[in-house]
Every structure is written in structure tokens, then in C-alpha cells.
Design a protein around this ligand. Structure first.
Ligand code: ZN
Length: 186
């Protein structure tokens, strides 16, 4: 849970620290606004992916399921700046599938907290393996990091790509090829 009072104090200090006047008209409500905003941006910290993935549906075939282009917004834990992009998930069910919206909800659980793209990728993959009991999972993320584009090296348009394979996707490289074929990228 976010301590609203503490975040407000910190934002006031931050404003003073950068040479601003926290009492001036435009900034007077900023600490409160930012504290409310942070509660929203890190709400995934209090959530458990099993809430979304515990309800599954029986299926007959265990063909690969791919959900492409799940949009996400997260915060880089090194700079507290946003990184955002899309997640594509492929999995091989083992008799049961999750509701499609539940994959997007699972992404939110791990995106709505201070993160690294690499960890976000593997946490989503591990949660799907564990909660769905599926035979294999692949998670592919493409994201732009504001800490790369608006500061530091300032390279707009740079896209960071991460990929995590679990289970059957680790054992059988043809599955990964098929996943990228389904995305039209092979
Ligand atoms: Zn960063």
C-alpha cells in the first residue's frame, strides 16, 4: 500500500530540491496529485497473478495460443521514468486455457510496479507456467524507455526487445520459430 502522506512530503522536498517553490499556484496541489498517481502506477505490487489465472477453461486440442500486442506502461526502477510498449504471449496449453483478457491482466500485475524489462518478461512467463500449468510459454516484449530517449544517450525510437522461453519452448526450437511465423516475422 502506498503511504500517501510520505509520498506527498517527498514530492514537496523534490520540488524544493530542484529549486522550485512548492507553494506557488501551479504546484500547490502537485504533491497530492503525484501521490494519487503513484498509487495507480504501482498498484500491481499488491496483486497476485493467480487472482486472474485461477479460472481456466477446458479445451480438446493443445495447439499454440498467441496473444499479440498487449499494451503496457511500467516504470524503470533505475530512473522512475516510464517504459512502455507491447507484450506478445504464446503458450502451449495442457488441457486448459485462460480467458484472453486474463493474459492482459497478468501483464498489468507485473507492469504496475517499479520494474526492469528483463524481469517483467520472466515474471510474466513464470506466472503463466505456474498458474496455467501449461506445457510451454514464450513472452516477447518490445519497449521504449524514456530514460534512453529523453535523457542520457537520447536515442528516440530505440526499441529494447526481450524474450523469455519456458518449458516446451526451451526444449524445442521449432516452437519458437512457429511463434514468430504466427506473428509474421519469420
Ligand atoms: Zn531507466
Amino acid at each position: 500500500m502506498v503511504d500517501q502522506e510520505k509520498v506527498q512530503q517527498a514530492v514537496r522536498l523534490l520540488l524544493e530540491g530542484i529549486g522550485e517553490d512548492p507553494e506557488r499556484d501551479g504546484l500547490i496541489d502537485t504533491p497530492e496529485r503525484v501521490a494519487r498517481m503513484y498509487a495507480e502506477l504501482v498498484c500491481g505490487m499488491d496483486q497476485d497473478p493467480s487472482t486472474h489465472l485461477s479460472r481456466t477453461f477446458e479445451i480438446d486440442s493443445n495447439d499454440m495460443v498467441v496473444e499479440r500486442g498487449i499494451t503496457f506502461y511500467s516504470l524503470c526502477e533505475h530512473h522512475l521514468l516510464p517504459f512502455y510498449g507491447t507484450v506478445t504471449i504464446g503458450y502451449i496449453p495442457c488441457g486448459r486455457v485462460a480467458g484472453l483478457s486474463k493474459l492482459a491482466r497478468t501483464v498489468e500485475v507485473f507492469a504496475r510496479r517499479l520494474q526492469l524489462q528483463e524481469r517483467l518478461t520472466s515474471q510474466i512467463a513464470d506466472a503463466l507456467m505456474k498458474e496455467l500449468g501449461c506445457a510451454g510459454v514464450i513472452v516477447h516484449i518490445e519497449a521504449e524507455h524514456m530514460c534512453m530517449t529523453m535523457r542520457g544517450v537520447q536515442k528516440p525510437g530505440t526499441v529494447t526487445i526481450t524474450c523469455a522461453c519456458r518449458g516446451a519452448f526451451e526444449d524445442d526450437p521449432s516452437l519458437e520459430r512457429r511463434f514468430f511465423q504466427m506473428l509474421g516475422r519469420a
